[in-house]
Design a binder for this molecule. Structure first.
Ligand code: SAH
Length: 250
């Protein structure tokens, strides 16, 4: 009787031990790939880069590295920070938007930057695209027509330590003659035609990317070859319209 009781107790203990081991195993296997010390934004960024950028064919390691590093949530208003790594553009105030992450990656990859490049951006907006450029190349010049956006982006970029970005408030139509020529120009608002001063401020062999059009816009890449522009149409896109002097030409 005593032995039977003992065996029963042992079986019971064994069952508890097996259940404990199974639970331990499930716990270990179900752990996410990121480490526990990663903050929410580090996890969100790595999933953004994996699922929205690499999965869609972006291969430029400099672009991938920059977008893995930059705290995109810092560039959007507080109420949208939890959505900053989503697959869509977001409002940044003044009726303007920060572009969808994939479009930022595609435009940056298409202008084939090298570290010694000097780049001009038209449409600073939140400053996020400028930060991506700043990690990849030497000097970034960015022009924003809305004063409050220019000021906020300039301050934020400084605070985050992107010291090679120069932001000014003005009409990007005129470019930045004192800092020209540029190896690449990225226009992140939509004109119907490319402003002439920007073509002049591009180096020989320089690349210019722009969403061209109004209701229908085509992301278009130009390469300056022997003073002429070679044109390559990429994909349809939707950007806010370019304002200012360009409106006199349309
Ligand atoms: N690159 C930005 C998104 C740009 S949204 C980012 O990473 O967040 C387009 C921006 O272009 C808006 O902020 C708008 O105010 C600006 N813009 C429109 N017309 C402009 C012009 N003529 N010169 C400079 N900026 C202009």
């Amino acid at each position: 009787m005593e032995i039977r009781g003992f065996v029963k107790k042992m079986k019971y203990m064994q069952r508890i031990l097996v259940s404990f081991c199974i639970l331990l195993l499930i716990g270990t296997c179900a752990r996410p790939r990121n480490t526990e010390s990663d903050t929410w934004d580090v996890r969100a960024r790595s999933s953004m880069v994996r699922n929205q950028i690499v999965a869609r064919g972006i291969t430029d390691t400099l672009v991938i590295k920059a977008m893995t590093e930059i705290p995109r949530h810092e560039f959007v208003p507080r109420e949208y920070q939890h959505m900053a790594y989503g697959d869509f553009p977001l409002p940044i105030g003044e009726g303007q938007t920060i572009s969808q992450p994939y479009i930022v990656a595609l435009m940056t990859e298409e202008i084939e930057l090298v570290s010694s490049d000097r780049v001009l951006e038209i449409g600073t907006g939140s400053g996020y695209q400028a930060a991506v450029l700043a990690i990849i190349c030497e000097e970034v010049y960015s022009i924003e027509i809305v004063p409050s956006l220019a000021e906020n982006a300039g301050t934020l970029l400084k605070e985050l330590g992107y010291n090679n970005v120069h932001v000014k408030c003005g009409d990007g139509f005129l470019g930045w003659p004192e800092a020209a020529p540029f190896d690449a120009i990225i226009i992140t608002c939509a004109p119907k035609t490319v402003p002439e001063p920007l073509i002049e401020q591009l180096t020989e062999g320089g690349r210019l990317i722009v969403p061209l059009g109004d209701d229908f816009q085509m992301l278009t890449l130009f390469i300056k070859t022997e003073g002429e522009l070679q044109r390559d149409e990429l994909i349809p896109v939707r950007f806010v319209p370019m304002k200012g002097k360009i409106e006199e030409y349309e």
